[in-house]
Design a protein around this ligand. Sequence first.
Ligand SMILES: Nc1ncnc2c1ncn2[C@@H]1O[C@H](COP(=O)(O)OP(=O)(O)OP(=O)(O)O)[C@@H](O)[C@H]1O
Ligand SMILES: [Mg+2]
Length: 516
Amino acid sequence: MVRGAVTLVAAPCPYLLGGNFLKFSELGLSESLLKAIKRSGYEEATPIQEQTIPMVLDGQDVIGQAQTGTGKTAAFGLPIIEHVDTKDPDIQALVISPTRELAIQTQEELYRLGKDKHVRVQVVYGGADIRRQIKSLKQHPQILVGTPGRLRDHLNRHTVKLGNIKTLVLDEADEMLNMGFLDDIEAIINQTPKDRQTLLFSATMPPEIKKIGVQFMTDPKMVRIKAKELTTDLVDQYYVRARDYEKFDIMTRLIDVQDPELTIVFGRTKRRVDELSKGLVARGYNAAGIHGDLSQDQRTKIMRKFKNGQLDILVATDVAARGLDISGVTHVYNYDIPSDPDSYVHRIGRTGRAGHHGMSLTFVTPNEMDYLHEIEKLTRVRMLPLKPPTAEEAFRGQVATAFNDIDELIAQDTTDRYKDAAAKLLETHNATDLVAALLNDMTKEAASDVPVKITPERPLPRRNRHNHSRGNNGHYRRRHEGHGRRNGYRSHRRNDHHGNSHSSRHSFNIRHRKED
Ligand SMILES: Nc1ncnc2c1ncn2[C@@H]1O[C@H](COP(=O)(O)OP(=O)(O)OP(=O)(O)O)[C@@H](O)[C@H]1O
Ligand SMILES: [Mg+2]
């Protein structure tokens, strides 16, 4: 048993290159799990699943790094469920997640996959009634998912006992081992058996953070799905160079032209998120924001609406950057460029998941261009510059959306009973006037009629190209966490874009964040 050394397991990337995948039935999983997998609609294992499931089943410690949206949850979840002894009432596996929303999502997925085996999976997270959690814990979950702060709280109250866990998972491991969480994680790990199996999973794994992680592992195997790029090629990545005060009008025009299905807009601060969501609502978009200052009830309600499609645009701080898997998110807008390139990878990874395509758009002010280059250096992808649409193009986008909606409405065949009324209207009104009035009603006011002022944020400090480090000796910046869709109508048009690209350089500082 060697602590502190990692064996690298090279893995091809058939997921990206279109090769053959193994069937789940070849991975050593039992019938009840294969049933759950089939019900989930998964036909083949993704590469990270194919590589790590046999290792985890074998009891090995694994660091799994694969792009966003490639099924890392099931990669650790399936073998953990396989190992659960349903007759043993103790907690046998613990999964630690950085945010409440992710912890809830992971609990739901593990519950779904373990249902046929009757595995009990519970979740504990901050901001929720602890007494209710304590009551649920008395039902003896075999798998527990939790956020670090609340887990510690339960450990202090002796309402969670980790003395018999076999497997510990740090999902979003690089975030969990970062400064903001490390104390909590160490305190939790100290309460687990030394001979446990430890699994670290993330789409990003900076080397200096991996070094910290390895300290908690025994003879870990590193599985890195080799992809040319760190970000998924399912996301078309664009940037718009604009001044801070220009960004909001450009963004609403882009939404009009691009007509996303569901959108996540990331803002740098909580105030930003509040102002952006209010501004979007004022312009007639169906948007709401989430960040760490909202009550957990509010956060849960907004997330539920977004998942159900009752909200078109979710405005969020980095609280929504990692792990969240919401189908239908076609667009991610970085209203503010993230100061940390890893954060960019996770943010844009909220779209382009499980084989679907997506688009990301990052606003960058002229003096933040170095941050853009830094991101490109990490991802090895050049973002394409996007020309902001004109007011006229935005208007045409809205009209095209309305045309599509009218096509859909007519196709619904529910208009027959209005035909007499329509004939009557046509006796007194000209058809063009009638349709123009309808279109006016279906489209929004011109942006210029609803001015929205967003308080300027201080731009990111100019990057000193030689002085930045991603190690702990860099300066720590606290990251902000935090979270919308438009009223009704939509169409399927693509943006117009042109342009060249550019080069990249240098690395920079580590971030500091805590969210529980
Ligand atoms: N083998 C599979 N075939 C098809 N879909 C899958 C498969 N495995 C997982 N999925 C689906 O892919 C989506 C993304 O999975 P998951 O959230 O686990 O990704 P991830 O790799 O953890 O991403 P992130 O880095 O953003 O956390 C989910 O909707 C999941 O149900
Ligand atoms: Mg994940």
